[in-house]
Design a protein around this ligand. Structure first.
Ligand code: TXA
Ligand code: MG
Length: 351
């Protein structure tokens, strides 16, 4: 299959081209597209065959459910049963936006899309290309992140092409995404809403709107959830992993720099190529290896936006071992560290 790479203006996408992409989706094809979080791999959510194609293209286990993307509130009710008032309040503030909500599903949602679960995940992305494409496709696009299963999620169209060229019909290039981490997932199927995946909209912001929220214990357990099964099936898989072994070094800034320099020197002596994930403030202090600057310590926006592309860049560099600083920033720190810890297989070194 030849994959068409279509460049569109992210703010004002050409409607004629959007209609053409929408037609591919209506006819059962697959189109990758930008959202504000990461690139998604879209197929018609109400067509079981399209969902099967998504799993095949990603190499993803078919018991891992897909998120249905909608563009208009009226499209929520035909797919979701029992939408609580709290969810409407959250949608009022954050839709379109980087939040996914889980509801009991209606029969129209194929089991292939929901991974066999009685529930459905729904999100209204905040991106002009995504919204226009959803409408052009008939209202419902199932879209996981547009990476090969296990690799870091794509934040640029080039990443999608790296993973899926030749496997899908079209990739729409709308430039680099704004957020860089996948949406916050909130489960509304029990009495108290529960965070299944941390994201840009953090626990505090959710509490302000919902009053009470819980967080799935499996995603905050220090041992990498070996003893708990996360409620979002996808959170259980090895994910975001670069090819090299990654370890996170924690402690105060000076100790971390010293420790990483020591570890990097030792690795270099053993003939290994070392990658280091550093910040604007620390990058110049490293004396060894490929140093990649992820952004400023004071900007979790930059760190989140660059995390996945830095991990992919190290694959291109062909390094053997990566050391990263920790990024426990106040706002998005939980989401950033959740992804980084998974990428590191929970390998943490105290400086
Ligand atoms: O930001 C995002 O959410 C991106 C963009 C493309 O919208 N999408 C995304 O999809 O991250 P994906 O498939 O890579 O991750 C979806 C996660 C998986 O961990 C999956 O197990 C979980 O959502 N999920 C989907 N439906 C669910 C359900 N009914 N119950 C619990 N977890 C669910
Ligand atoms: Mg994913």
């Amino acid at each position: 299959m030849v994959t068409e790479l279509l460049h569109l203006d992210a703010a004002h996408p050409d409607q004629h081209e959007i209609d053409r992409a929408g037609r591919i989706l209506r006819e059962g094809g697959l189109v990758a597209f930008p959202t504000e979080t990461v690139y998604g791999l879209g197929g018609n959510a109400l067509d079981p065959e399209a969902s099967k194609k998504i799993y095949a293209a990603k190499g993803r286990p078919s018991d891992n459910p897909l998120i249905i993307h909608i563009a208009d509130m009226e499209h929520l009710y035909p797919i979701a049963a029992e939408v609580p008032e709290a969810a409407i309040r959250l949608a009022d503030v954050w839709w379109p936006g980087p939040v996914t909500m889980i509801f009991r599903k209606k029969a129209i949602v194929p089991d292939e899309t929901s991974g066999g679960l009685p529930t459905v995940a729904v999100r209204m992305p905040n991106h002009p290309i995504a919204l226009a494409l959803i409408r052009a496709a008939g209202g419902y696009i199932a879209a996981p992140s547009a990476n090969t299963s296990g690799r870091p999620s794509p934040t640029r169209a080039e990443h999608v092409m790296e993973d899926l060229d030749g496997r899908i019909d079209m990739v729409i290039d709308g430039g680099e995404v704004r957020i860089g981490l996948e949406s916050t997932i909130v489960d509304f199927t029990e009495d108290v809403p529960c965070i299944l995946r941390p994201g840009y909209v953090n626990e505090q912001k959710l509490c302000e709107i919902l009053g009470e929220v819980t967080i799935d214990p499996a995603i905050v357990s220090a041992d990498g959830m070996h003893d708990r099964k996360p409620r979002a099936p996808g959170m259980a898989y090895r994910h975001y992993a670069p090819k090299a072994k990654l370890s996170i070094v924690t402690g105060d800034m000076e100790s971390v720099i010293n420790k990483i320099n020591e570890l990097a020197r030792r690795a270099a002596l053993e003939g290994k190529t070392v990658g280091i994930i550093a910040t604007d403030e620390t990058a110049a202090h490293y004396t060894e290896g490929h140093v990649r600057d992820i952004g400023s310590i004071d900007s979790d926006k930059e760190i989140a936006q660059h995390l996945f592309s830095v991990l992919r860049d190290f694959d291109d560099d062909g390094v053997d071992i990566i050391y990263s600083e920790a990024f426990d920033t106040p706002r998005m720190g939980q989401a950033i560290m959740n992804r980084l810890l998974k990428a590191a297989g929970h390998s943490v070194i105290e400086a």
